[in-house]
Each structure stands twice: as structure tokens, then as C-alpha cells.
Design a protein around this ligand. Structure first.
Ligand code: ZN
Length: 317
């Protein structure tokens, strides 16, 4: 009986499909934006791209076996797709963009290839670049500042660009010709910031400053010298836009002490991560991570070991 059924299936199947053209697969994602409210403040997560990373490269002190088992627990396999996210904050009075994506720059590098989608996603989200009034930078990573200009033109012509003075001193300060020649990043950063500086639209700030009502900076040293997170507050709710405090979400919540060579000061990066996790879990703040899986927004809870990240429940605003 079983055999004859099988024969029947094999015989009938090709006949049923004959004459049908295959339906092409689409293989695109919905536009990369996600709307989220913090009290009365609207936050739009904007995706700039997704890049694959080998976890051992980000966390070289962890054994291959532990990486395999932790990724398995998280339902992931190596290399892991890492989102590149930025956040558009509409306080109701001011439109603020926090980080700008790669702008499609450094395409030849595997760390940036295929990114540069932020502007298209900002438009898909219903905004125009000329509406952006303030830009706040978490740090100078090319995936955070590359989108400031196209050629020598400001992409956000009406925006005032703001960043921690401690973060920008690396390229503002002129160095010896040998150092200047050796470090291509100095000219790269100047090329991104100069159009804003020349237009009188660059205003560095000192640490922990209220920038507009509802948004303030929080110095989170470790990933870079002036790494800055941003606190968005409205009606008793708080969102902390982390920047690059967590690179491997599957492991660094459970073990915030895990160091990464991507931090200029590794122990300080780990210490800051621990301190921030304490605050956001204790005070029930939302977090938004530049490299957590898009939209990168969620809450953090204390767990038996370290912390857990709880991604936001999908909702319609
Ligand atoms: Zn980054």
C-alpha cells in the first residue's frame, strides 16, 4: 500500500507542475525603520546595513567551544549578522539624528560593504534629511559618522552637528606630518566634519550635557576616548541610546566583563558596560544598541549570571 502510494505521487507530481512558471523569490526586507515611543517622544530606529562578523574576532579571549555553545543557545551560528543602527528622535520640538551610518563609504572594506542604507530608510520612514535639526555622534566609527557628507556636501544642510569635544580632539588637533601621513582616518574625519565646521554648524560639548529638552549626553568611555551615549526622557520613561557598548548581544549581556579589541581601552569598556547594565536593569530603562539586532531596542534584566536582553515586543505606534 505504502509503495503504491509513493509511486502514484511520483507519477502525478510532474504533471501537476507542468506549464507553471516558477514564482521568483523577492529577497528584500521591509524598509529598515521601526517606530517606538518614549513617553511623548517618537524614536525611529534606522538600519544602515547588516554585516557578518566572526565572533572570535570580536571576543578573542573566549574559547571556540564556548562561542559555539553560547551562539547555539541564542539560536545563532557563526559568523553572526550584525546590524548597523542609528536613531532619529523627534521630541515634538526638535528633530535629532543620533549617528549617521556609513554613507556608503569605505565600500572596499568587508566591515562596511553593503551598508549605507540609512538615508533611504530615513526617507522611507517619512522624513527628509533637510528636516534634521541636530545630529549627535556617539563616536567616530566610520559606521557612525560616514553619512554626514556626500562628497563635500552636507547631507543634512540644516543640522547642527554635535559631538563630545573629547571624541573629536583626535583629528581637530594637528599632529606631526609623519603621524598625519600614517593615519588615513585623520583626513577622513576632517572631510566629514569640515563642511559643518565651515558652515558654522559644528558645536562640540563637554560631557553629560542637556542638548535639547528630553535628550542629554552621557559619557560612556571605553570603546573610544570620547564615546557618548544619549539619554532620551519623557513622561517617566527613559531610553538609553548606547552606541557601541555591546557588540555581541548573544554573549556580552550575560558576561558584560568580556573585553573586545574593538575598544580602545578594553578594561574601561568592560567596566562601562557593567555599570550601564546595572543602571538600565535597576531603573528599567529601555536601551537601543547600534549593533544589536535591528531595531536594537529592548530592556535588560538581571539574570542568574549577568543580564538578559529582552527585545521590544512588536507594536503599532
Ligand atoms: Zn559601530
Amino acid at each position: 500500500m505504502r509503495e503504491s502510494l509513493l509511486l502514484l505521487t511520483v507519477a502525478v507530481l510532474p504533471l501537476a507542475l507542468e506549464g507553471q512558471s516558477p514564482v521568483p523569490q523577492i529577497r528584500t526586507q521591509a524598509p529598515g525603520f521601526y517606530r517606538f515611543m518614549v513617553g511623548d517622544i517618537e524614536v525611529t530606529a534606522l538600519n544602515d546595513g547588516v554585516i557578518s562578523y566572526k565572533t572570535a574576532e570580536l571576543l578573542p579571549t573566549v574559547s571556540a567551544e564556548e562561542i559555539r555553545s553560547k551562539l547555539f543557545e541564542a539560536g545563532l551560528t557563526d559568523p553572526v549578522d550584525m546590524s548597523y543602527n542609528a536613531y532619529l528622535v523627534n521630541t515634538g520640538d526638535r528633530l535629532v539624528l543620533i549617528d549617521t551610518g556609513t554613507g556608503g563609504k569605505l565600500e572596499e572594506s568587508p566591515y562596511f560593504k553593503g551598508a549605507g542604507r540609512l538615508l533611504a530608510n530615513l526617507k522611507a520612514a517619512g522624513y527628509r534629511p533637510e528636516q534634521v535639526e541636530e545630529i549627535y555622534i556617539t563616536h567616530l566609527g566610520p559606521d557612525h559618522v560616514g553619512g554626514l557628507v556626500q562628497g563635500s556636501e552636507r547631507v543634512f544642510p540644516n543640522a547642527t552637528l554635535r559631538a563630545s569635544s573629547r571624541e573629536v580632539e583626535i583629528f581637530v588637533k594637528r599632529r606631526s606630518p609623519e603621524v598625519e601621513a600614517k593615519d588615513w582616518r585623520l583626513a577622513f574625519w576632517r572631510g566629514l566634519f569640515d563642511p559643518y565646521i565651515k558652515a558654522g554648524r559644528f558645536l562640540p560639548f563637554e560631557q553629560d550635557t542637556v542638548l535639547v529638552p528630553g535628550v542629554r549626553s552621557l559619557f560612556t568611555y571605553g570603546h573610544t576616548n570620547g564615546h557618548t551615549s544619549y539619554v532620551v526622557e519623557s513622561k517617566g520613561q527613559t531610553l538609553l541610546i548606547l552606541g557601541d557598548l555591546v557588540l555581541v548581544g548573544a554573549m556580552q549581556f550575560e558576561q558584560p566583563a568580556l573585553e573586545t579589541p574593538y575598544d580602545v581601552d578594553r578594561p574601561a569598556g568592560a567596566a562601562t558596560r557593567k555599570r550601564v547594565m546595572q543602571i538600565v536593569s535597576r531603573d528599567d530603562w529601555w536601551i537601543a544598541g547600534a549593533h544589536l539586532s535591528f531595531p536594537g531596542i529592548g530592556r535588560v534584566r538581571a539574570a542568574t549570571t549577568g543580564y538578559r536582553f529582552l527585545p521590544v515586543n512588536y507594536r503599532l505606534p
